[in-house]
Structure formats: C-alpha cells, structure tokens
Ligand binder design. Sequence first.
Ligand code: PBG
Length: 344
Amino acid sequence: MKRSGGKMSFTVEKKHILHSSIFNQTLRDWHSLKCDITPKNLMYPVFIVEDDEAVQPISSLPGVSRFGINKLKEHLDSVVRNGLQSILLFGVIENIPKDEFASNADSLKNPVIRALPLLRKWYPDLTIACDVCLCPYTSHGHCGILNSDGSINNPSSIDRISDVALSYAKSGAHIVAPSDMMDGRIGAIKEKLIKHDLGNKVAVLSYTAKFASNFYGPFRDAAKSAPTFGDRKCYQLPPSSAGLPLRAAQRDVEEGADMLMVKPVMAYMDVLKSVKDAYPNHPMFVYQVSGEYAMIYWAAQKGVFDLKVALTEIFSSLRRAGADVIITYYTPLILEWLQLKHKL
Ligand code: PBG
C-alpha cells in the first residue's frame, strides 16, 4: 500500500486477483449460490400406462420405465422420501383406441385422469403437472386436429386442447403444461379455467420455445407418439430461428402464461437466457429432453466422463443461464445424491 497525496492506492499482484477468492470449497460455493441445485429446482417427468400393474423399461431411455399407477406408487414412494417436489405426467395408451379427435386424451379410461386423484391422495405435498397434448392420443400422431388436407385446424385444436387441460385440472392437476405449440392455446386454456372457477387454483406452464428438434427420438418411442406422416415443423419452432422464441414468449405471456419453458436445452442455452432476461418475473423451466438424457447416459457409460460430475456441470450451467426449474429424467438420481451429500 502506498500513500500518494492523501489517497491510498493498492498494488495487488495480478496472480492473486482470482485465486485468492476460490481457494476452498466454501469460498468457491459463494460464487455459485445462484447455480445451486436443490429439490425445488427439479421436476420429474413420468409415463403412466393403462395396465395398473405394468412396469415397462424403455430401451431408448435406459433407466426410465413406463408405469401402471400401482407400480408408479412403488417407484415414487422413495423418490418422494428423497425430497421430490414436482412431477410432470405423460399418459401412454396401447389398448384404448386413438382417433382424430384424441377422444381418449381425457376420457375416464385415460391413465392420467385415473392417476390424478390417487397421486393427490398419496402425496399431498407433491405438485403435479400434466403435459397437455393430443399426439399420444390421435390416430395420426399430430399435436392438433387436422383439416382434410392434413394441415392444422387452429380453432378446433385449441378448443380440444383447452378441454383436455380443463379435464386434467378438474381431476386434480396443479399445473397444466400444453406442449402442442398451437397459437392461442394459452389464452383458450386460461379462459376455460377461469370460467370453471379454477383460474387461481391451477397454473399454466407453457412450453413456450419448443423447437422441432432431433432430440425427441427416445420420447416418441416412450410415449408411442411419433406422427404417422409428415413432421411437426409447422408448429414447433425451427431450430435455427433467432427471433421466434421471444415472439412466442411474448404471445404466451400476453395470453396469461404463469411459467415459461425452453425445450430442448443444451443446444438452446442462448434462448433460455434471452427469454429469462426478457421475462425475469416468470419462473423459467427448461426440459432436458429424452435425446439429451440418452446422450449423457451413453457418454458416461462409455467412459467419456463421470456421470455425476458431468451432470453437476450441466445443471449449474443451466441455472446460470436462467433456468429456475430443470425437468429431467435424472431427478431420482440427483435427489439420491442430494440426500447423501446435501449438495451436488
Ligand atoms: C408431446 C411432447 C414431446 C415431448 C414432450 N411432450 C414430443 C414431441 O413434441 O415430439 C418431448 C420430451 C422428450 O423428448 O423428453 N408433444
């Protein structure tokens, strides 16, 4: 330290500028508190099938199974004990028919409709979200109602999608999460929820920036929801589009979305950051999708990296980029690690 003309000036050797603030774990932690992963930052996607006693391992998603409701309980009991806060339900049907109106998306035979009251009763503190889409229940596998030329009929689609959302809400969902990407569905859902006095009892989590991605392959196998013809490029965002995610976020926020989502995430971290920066007051969700899960799983299996170290790095980066909640098939594993160490 030198005194010059009454002012103090410090001469700090350059090599001490950063190293002096990260020399032990507590000091390092102080730089990453915003990136912490706690149970509140995780949502667990689960697949429910019609047969109550089924456990169906999904070969394209190693370590993940579809469950009948009774087996789902056995599976979830320990995950809830480890601190699970929220789940995202996907129904998968095999025996009850699919048709062009997705009639079984919300019929009394639908596995999600049947599971909701039971899950509410078994796990009173668990927050339950339902994916709302028509593709697992339509004969053609598309996410909306089609015109005779195969194009999307927007008014019929959002009418049907909002009916399905309302049915899930009435059956006990805390959150409805439309993943179809149709224009106007958030407003249509909000309107129906309000009309049925569920406006302030059920939240809407919008799959806002959902891209027509390569990374959904294993999911379409898991949910048996691959389209029978064509693709989803007319309603999911083009992977290289730069301005559309923010326009989609603006559309959804104006229609009343409570929470926003970017999906997939690893190739879209810039989108995550720009949407969170534009809408800092909306909880921001990211979906680490099936292809991302499988890619990381196989890389760890092949010895590219240690799974835990890699996931810690990936999840903290997602948090740093603006993710409040990460939807991941790795949730049970991470909760187990958190139990053991209280920290990732
Ligand atoms: C349904 C839906 C999909 C996913 C979530 N909801 C598939 C798709 O749009 O093709 C993907 C989830 C994943 O890959 O893990 N519309």
